[in-house]
Design a protein around this ligand. Structure first.
Ligand code: GDP
Length: 170
């Protein structure tokens, strides 16, 4: 199955989005060979198509100093294995340099990338999502993971770039 990766700094709502997308079809620990505990995989179905999804923020180190390096390491893994990447930002915060660095890394990677501006819980907040266009993503989608808004548009956009998989007839 194609793989979608969710990237972003801590507290932007990655795991809330992941849970929203996967419902109960998720595995707490990485179920890939050689990968344990630091990434959380789940499955997602949208419009009769299936994909796997990984929350790269599965386990964040306790030591604050290690967090930036860990985010970049996870982003690199996402670039290596994912078919599409969703970077999540907190639309209620100012655009900050760690977001810019992460965006640069992801945009250079050559994979389809999408920016989900999260926590846009009400219509009134939508204009602040525009600030994040400066990150340079062509695809900027305001969402509220908590209130389940914008999620369908995000999935439409992401699934449009995923490779089609042939389902084998039994
Ligand atoms: P992660 O560290 O990126 O995985 O972030 P979490 O999913 O743990 O979310 C961090 C905080 O943001 C939690 O308190 C969530 O309840 C909150 N949060 C997540 N999504 C939304 C949203 O759409 N709107 C608002 N207002 N809060 C959200």
């Amino acid at each position: 199955l194609p793989l979608i990766a969710i990237c972003g700094r801590p507290n932007v709502g990655k795991s809330t989005l992941f849970n929203r997308l996967t419902g109960s079809r998720r595995s707490i620990v990485g179920d890939e060979p050689g990968i344990t505990r630091d990434r959380i995989y789940g499955e997602i179905e949208w419009m009769n198509r299936d994909a796997r999804i990984v929350d790269t923020g599965g386990v964040i180190p306790d030591d604050e100093a290690l967090i930036p390096a860990e985010i970049f390491r996870q982003a690199q893994v996402a670039l290596d294995e994912a078919d599409a990447i969703v970077m999540v930002v907190d639309g209620r915060t100012e655009l900050a340099s760690p977001d810019m660095e992460l965006a640069r890394l992801l945009l250079r990677g050559g994979k389809p990338v999408f920016l989900a501006v999260n926590k846009m819980d009400t219509e009134a907040l939508l204009p602040s999502a525009e600030n994040f266009r400066r990150l340079g993503f062509r695809n900027v989608l305001p969402i509220s993971a908590e209130h389940n808004s914008g999620i369908g548009d995000l999935l439409d956009a992401v699934f449009a770039v995923l490779p089609e998989v042939d389902i084998e007839e039994p």
